[in-house]
Design a protein. Structure first.
Length: 142
């Protein structure tokens, strides 16, 4: 349901499709992987409007140094298109660089992946509310 909300929003996925030269199917696979990671983190939220439809989504997770250190080399995913595979590899390397540049005493960081709103909620304060919702829990989890 949430992945359909994101994929139906062309403004949310168009930059990804254009910059990576990928199709909507590859984009769907990419967002599904983000969703899986975000849902496991328990710090992502979605909000429904009065009509029961999704009004907005906050996809977020935690990144840990120890998890990054365990993955000593990038493992390709054969079912991805070449362009999406390159993007995944780039993200893997950026994550490693992030931790190399981070102070060694920091083990865990909060990572806000995306805030996506339905068109009718874009010029409201919903994005701000989603970004700041339950931040005490996030801070406590760090």
């Amino acid at each position: 349901m949430t992945s359909l909300f994101i994929l139906d929003d062309l403004e949310a996925i168009e930059p990804l499709i254009e910059s990576l030269s990928i199709g909507k199917e590859d984009c769907s696979a990419f967002f599904r992987s983000l969703l899986n990671e975000a849902v496991r983190s328990k710090v992502s939220y979605f909000v429904k409007g009065n009509d029961g439809k999704i009004a907005g989504v906050r996809l977020s997770t935690f990144l840990t140094r120890s998890e990054t250190d365990r993955e000593t080399e990038y493992t390709p995913t054969p079912e991805l298109s070449p362009n999406l595979e390159r993007a995944q590899c780039l993200l893997w390397h950026l994550n490693r660089q992030f931790w190399q540049n981070m102070s060694p005493d920091i083990e865990k960081v909060y990572y806000l992946m995306a805030v996506i709103l339905a068109p009718q909620f874009r010029y409201t304060d919903l994005a701000d509310k989603l970004v700041h919702h339950n931040m005490d829990e996030v801070i406590y989890s760090l």
